[in-house]
Design a protein around this ligand. Structure first.
Ligand SMILES: Nc1ncnc2c1ncn2[C@@H]1O[C@H](COP(=O)(O)OP(=O)(O)OP(=O)(O)O)[C@@H](O)[C@H]1O
Length: 274
């Protein structure tokens, strides 16, 4: 990880508002001037309690929601004002992985076709080499070729999430936006999926914006942490420092409520049950 390189992702003064739920009620400001950077090969964890604006931030970064104001720069290019054709060409480089592993896959699409789909959508499918590329992607995420024949309901939650990661990797992204990628999984398979993600990062040099409310997991995977409260970032810093010596009172409350987050040594590879 080089800190002199320009950031992969630079978010500045991001604001996301939703219309008020009741008629004529004031809009809800979900994200209120958020700024952070993610560098290649680095994981920035965005943490905070439910409703603080993490998913709204991620949605604006991956283009699922247009921000009301602020800047989202990817490799130096401003995404919020980019023309649609250029944005479409850039999108594969910046891929989301969502929380619900089943919900993010089409129930009628076999795994092989689900992994091939992003290649087809982005005009990168080659009939000659495509099947081998899909097999290689399945192998990369720890699934064997026989999983390619299955439908999502024939997979475990962890396997489904691995398919979601294979889809995200298909078009050779440089940034993954991981919105609670293991929260819906059984605790016994969480470590395996997180270890897969950290291994991929180490091999491919990917940047991760990692949204997570579990500070113990954050302590394993994140290089830096940004703590959100009520739409704002209240503290940013190296994960070790933020989780062991938080300077913001709210961060201190979060850390104290999660004693497992603080430890002398947190291995990047999480032990899995044997
Ligand atoms: N589509 C929407 N319409 C109106 N308000 C919304 C919408 N989506 C989110 N909000 C509100 O915006 C705020 C931030 O929500 P957001 O989902 O971004 O938070 P979060 O930190 O990701 O929460 P969680 O961890 O529960 O997913 C909350 O007050 C939420 O109620």
């Amino acid at each position: 990880m080089t800190h002199s390189a320009p950031p992969l992702l630079a978010v500045r003064d991001l604001v996301v508002r939703y219309p008020g739920r009741a008629r004529r009620s004031a809009p809800v400001t979900a994200v209120d001037g958020v700024s952070f950077d993610v560098r290649a090969g680095e994981t920035l964890a965005l943490v905070g309690e439910s409703g603080c604006g993490k998913t709204s931030t991620a949605s604006a970064v991956v283009g699922l929601r247009r921000p009301d104001s602020g800047s989202v720069r990817f490799e130096g290019s401003e995404l919020t004002t980019m023309d649609p054709a250029r944005l479409r060409a850039l999108r594969p480089a910046l891929q989301p992985v969502f929380q619900d592993p089943y919900g993010s896959l089409s129930p009628r699409l076999r795994v092989r076709d689900a992994v091939a789909e992003p290649l087809r959508i982005h005009g990168r499918w080659d009939r000659g080499t495509g099947p081998d590329r899909v097999a290689a992607l399945l192998d990369t995420v720890g699934l064997d070729a026989s999983h390619g024949d299955r439908l999502p309901h024939e997979l475990s939650g962890g396997q489904c999430q691995r398919v979601g990661i294979a889809r995200a990797l298909a078009c050779e992204p440089r940034l993954l936006v991981l919105d609670e990628p293991v929260s819906a999984l059984d605790p016994s398979v969480r470590a395996g999926v997180l270890n897969l993600l950290t291994g991929l990062q180490d091999t491919l040099g990917l940047g991760y914006l990692f949204i997570c409310h579990d500070l113990a997991l954050v302590g394993h995977v994140a290089h830096r942490v940004a703590v959100m409260r009520e739409g704002r970032v209240v503290e940013t810093g190296p994960a070790r420092r933020v989780l062991s010596q938080p300077s913001d009172p709210y961060t201190r409350e979060l850390v104290e409520a999660s004693p497992a987050a603080v430890g002398e040594h947190r291995a990047r590879t999480i032990p899995t049950a044997s």
